[in-house]
Design a protein around this ligand. Sequence first.
Ligand code: FES
Length: 95
Amino acid sequence: MVFGNESPMKVQVCKGKSCSERGAIYLETRLNADIRKFDYDVTVEACLCQGKCANSPVILINGETFERMNPVTASQNLVKKLNQFKSSFISKPWK
Ligand code: FES
């Protein structure tokens, strides 16, 4: 449930050493570009190491972890999660 100006979705990009060395900045840039381009109501922020350095870079979308991301897969996961989030608000007809 969304209250006030709180964003319904939160994306976190790990900015730990391993993820940073493996392109976390490119993930963050791509995700922010998607949000601006499609006018998504999403917050993107940095987070500390998630303990999954072997599978870096890592992002979290509403707390769900996505590993071995690149800018394209990060974007695809964002869109997929947004679609799931939106469809959860569409009422289904009774059968
Ligand atoms: S630095 Fe990102 S998971 Fe460890």
